[in-house]
Design a protein around this ligand. Structure first.
Ligand code: PLP
Length: 861
């Protein structure tokens, strides 16, 4: 019989065990093994049954067991000690507090981090893939460093979907409903005990209300907005039903709630908890971009002009772009957006045209009918970044059109290479070995010293034993999951005896798991099925392959790729050496990465912005075998794995796949497998382990999310906070000045031009060390010489007379004439030999500009 309503009855803990409530609700347990052990030791079997979920575990224990535990002095003592340890973690000064007291007072008091998904633990399934896991790792590392971040997201009633397979290998999606009361969340309440609320207007006079659930991610609160509340009409209740579920309008409503509602939730949070208002707003991809519109509305309500408000908001906003794949960028029909920001629903003081202008693709090649969330992100974010060096460069080229007249190099998008949270991703087995060899009880530091890797401390035999044990655990997990999947596909237990022989603990294990968009090329390995079969079944050097990944429910092509792979893996001739495991999620990932010897990634370069699964593999001593894209393009050093040669520039996609697949097969056959099976007398692969040690020692420190968060703090958050403070001081005086100056410069710019350039100092044959003197006559119309910088742009030139790797040095004002005409002059040293060229340009100049391209205005000679 179907229930008409469901809810979770919460456990009432006996007083001596009261601390278990906080220990189970603070998600720090998800990266703190001793806390998990405290629960597990009570009833290891039950702990396994509830899949390591402390809230479910306590609920399942029942009041009798709890009463018995409350009488167990040993357990009560351990619980209190664990709670005391958690409190130290939550309140002791950490890295950030040290930075602030060591003169880093300009560091922000608070940072808001908005993301459409957060992947923190499998217990809280509010993510679909890399973007969410990264957000989760960002919050956890911020917590470990003491960075005062508040996360803002949505609580999806069914999260993403659960994946299973039909008999025929077709992806099936189910959407089990989550009950927030059974999750490690607490609803935020007003002082009178009623749930705190935010609400926003919808077209037609309707309103969208949401409650605010709070997850404690160590020191970091994560606010999740939930529209499934009684105050809403039916249509509004389902706004947060699923992650990336619905079509355009549903998605737009989710993004409105995330951006506009998210800012309102932050205000409620500060009011109720006394937390400082964020000084910096960071948006993880464009989905949350409407947060800027809401902050503009707030400032306009305080009396600022809309342009003044825009400057103040931009100064304190950081935008991170995550994809060079157009399908990864949200674009809405402009009409749709104007329905939500216009008419009856227009925000006070924020005309709909101004909102539409923020997301307009009003540049060459743009589509005038769409509203682009990434473009809005760049217009509202005074600082922007990509997520690896290569992706930074690709993004500068991709968005160049927003800064016409500037070279791609000058497009103001930097990069911070992604990282991963090691306490979450390092297998307990390896963490134990590390701690043991460092002489610790357990590994608590997010970045352990690599000193344990000295062969004097950990022998090849010890390291190999750990790796083999991790592989063995994966083999058991693979068999368990393959069995479960076949049962779901309709097989009877009697048909499944063969599963006992799936995978071997001694065979070279290669992993490949990721979402299944086309560019990740799930089936590249199937390009030549006979070749793959012979690698799997090689008599001396066999390989086993574990594959996983979800396709977006609307992506039929992705589902076909999965089916192709499943059909190949179903073949009795190879099914013991290749498996597809359904329902890739954090729990599977944590079992997968440590057990794989090699982590495979073969995206279509340069479409993988960063990728992070390979980093998690590296932290566990896995070797990457990857196309040189994303993070691997940056950190592959020839000794830490293998770079799969790419066929960049081969336009025929099929041919390119053929070439890259062949390169992959060759690498496995001629290098990877022989090295793995090259054993010394005691059965240990010495050369392989050298690479493992090298990976752990050199990649280990780089791939840390703590490294990433530090870079965000110093490179983006601190400068954004400083700009925000400057512009906000004295009733936003500087914001008003900056806005007025920009308006004046924009109005006057059509009259700005370089009239004439003269040079001297170079004879017919220029030599290194010569000095070139340049004099430029310019017209500035109504602008003054202080409003601009006249620059000589110089450097090596290509055959097509393009100045390639250039410097831009300011020229100095020498004379002023009537009618806004001026002369500027300066010198350049010819420092190196070769073809040289220069030009002169005029750009706007103001101390409040974060970069030269800020206004997108330039007058070239
Ligand atoms: C790390 C991770 C990802 C992202 O991996 P990519 O290499 O960026 O594709 C996706 N899903 C899960 C469950 C992960 O743990």
């Amino acid at each position: 019989m179907r229930a008409i309503r469901r809810f979770t009855v919460r456990t009432v803990l006996p007083e001596p065990l009261a601390a278990l409530d906080e220990l189970s609700h603070n998600l720090r347990w998800s990266w703190h093994a001793p806390t998990r052990e405290l629960f597990a030791e009570v009833d290891p079997e039950l702990w396994a049954d509830v899949k390591g979920d402390p809230v479910a575990f306590l609920a399942a224990l029942g009041s009798e067991r709890l009463a018995a535990l409350a009488a167990d002095e040993g357990f009560v003592g351990r619980t209190r000690a664990a709670a005391a340890e958690l409190h130290r973690y939550l309140h002791d000064p950490l890295w950030y507090q040290e930075q602030r007291s060591a003169g880093g007072a300009e560091l922000p008091r608070g940072i808001a981090y908005f993301s459409p998904e957060f992947g923190i633990t499998s217990v809280l399934p509010q993510y679909s893939g890399g973007l969410g896991i990264l957000a989760g790792d960002h919050l956890k590392s911020a917590s470990d460093l003491g960075v005062p971040i508040v996360g803002v997201g949505l609580l999806y009633g069914a999260g993403y979907f659960k994946q299973s397979l039909t008999r025929d290998g077709w992806q099936l999606e189910t959407y089990p409903l989550l009950d927030p009361d059974g999750l490690p969340l607490t609803v935020l309440r007003e002082e009178d005990g009623t749930p705190a609320q935010v609400s926003l207007g919808l077209p037609g006079g309707r309103r969208l209300h949401a409650h605010i659930w709070v997850a404690a991610v160590g020191r970091v609160p994560l606010l999740l907005l939930d529209s499934n509340v009684p105050e809403n009409d039916e249509a509004a209740r389902v706004v947060t039903d699923r992650l990336y579920g619905g079509g355009g309008e549903h998605r737009l409503q989710q993004e409105l709630l995330l951006g506009v509602g998210g800012v309102r939730a932050l205000r409620v949070w500060s009011r109720l908890t006394g937390a400082p208002e964020p000084e910096v707003y960071h948006t993880n991809e464009g989905h949350a971009g409407f947060l800027g519109v809401e902050r503009i509305r707030e400032l306009v309500a305080q009396g600022l002009g809309i342009d003044d408000a825009l400057e103040a908001v931009r100064a304190a906003t950081v935008f991170t772009t995550h994809t060079p794949v157009p399908a990864g960028i949200d674009r809405f029909a402009k009409e749709l957006v104007s329905g939500y920001f216009g008419g009856d629903n227009q925000m006070d003081g924020v005309p709909v045209e101004r909102v539409l202008a923020l997301g307009a693709e009003d540049y060459e090649g743009g589509d005038p009918t769409v509203f682009n969330m990434a473009v809005m992100g760049l217009r509202l974010g005074g600082r922007a970044n990509g997520v690896s060096l290569l992706h930074g460069q690709v993004s500068r080229e991709m968005f160049e059109g927003l800064w016409p007249g500037f070279d791609a190099r000058e497009v103001p998008i930097t990069s911070v290479t992604n990282g991963v949270h090691s306490p979450t991703w390092v297998a307990p087995r390896l963490a134990r070995l590390q701690a043991e060899r460092l002489g610790l009880d357990q590994l608590t530091a997010p970045e352990a010293s690599s000193g344990w890797l000295d062969p004097g401390r950990v022998s090849d035999a010890d390291l190999w034993a750990a790796r083999a044990e991790m592989r063995g655990e994966l083999v058991a997990e693979v068999r368990r999951r393959v069995r479960k999947s076949w049962r779901e596909r309709g097989a009877s237990p009697a048909e499944l005896g063969w599963i006992d022989d799936v995978f071997s603990p001694d065979v070279l294990t290669i992993g490949f798991a990721r979402r299944v968009p086309t560019y990740k090329r799930l089936t590249l390995m199937l390009r030549d099925p006979a070749r793959l079969r012979s690698l799997l079944l090689h008599p001396e050097h066999p390989v086993q392959l574990v594959v996983a990944g979800k396709s977006h429910p609307a992506d039929e092509q992705g589902k076909r790729l999965i089916q192709q792979l499943v059909r190949f893996a179903d073949d009795p001739a190879v099914r013991h050496r290749i498996v597809f495991l359904p329902n890739y999620d954090i729990a599977m990932a944590q079992a997968l990465y440590p057990g794989c010897d090699v982590w495979l990634n073969n995206p279509l370069r340069p479409l993988e912005a960063s990728g992070t699964s390979g980093m998690k593999s590296a932290l566990n001593g896995g070797l990457n075998l990857s196309i040189e894209d994303g993070w691997w393009a940056e950190w592959y050093d020839g000794e830490n794995g293998w770079g799969i040669p790419t066929a960049d520039g081969v336009d025929d996609a099929d041919r390119r796949d053929d070439l890259e697949a062949a390169a992959l097969y060759n690498l496995i056959e001629s290098q990877v497998a022989p090295l793995f099976y090259d054993r010394t007398a005691d059965g240990v692969p010495g050369r392989w382990l050298e690479m493992v040690r090298h990976t752990l020692a050199t990649l280990g420190p780089k791939v840390q999310a703590t490294r990433m968060v530090r870079e965000y703090v110093h490179g983006l958050y601190a400068p954004a906070a400083a700009s925000g403070r400057t512009l906000g001081a004295d009733g936003f005086a500087a914001a008003r000045d900056l806005a007025a100056w920009k308006a004046r410069v924009r109005a006057g710019w059509p009259q700005v031009r370089v009239d004439h350039v003269e040079s001297a100092g170079i004879a017919d044959a220029a030599r290194v060390g010569d000095r070139l003197t340049v004099r430029a006559y310019v017209s500035l119309g109504s602008l003054t010489p202080d409003d601009v910088e006249v620059q000589i742009v110089h450097g090596r030139v290509s055959e097509a007379d393009m100045i390639e790797d250039f410097d831009a040095d300011p020229l100095a004002l020498t004379d002023s004439y009537e009618a806004g005409r001026h002369a500027f002059a300066g010198e350049v040293d010819l420092g190196s030999s070769g073809p040289f060229g220069y030009t002169v340009r005029i750009v706007p100049h103001h101390p409040g500009q974060p970069n030269v391209a800020d206004l997108g205005l330039v007058a070239n000679a």
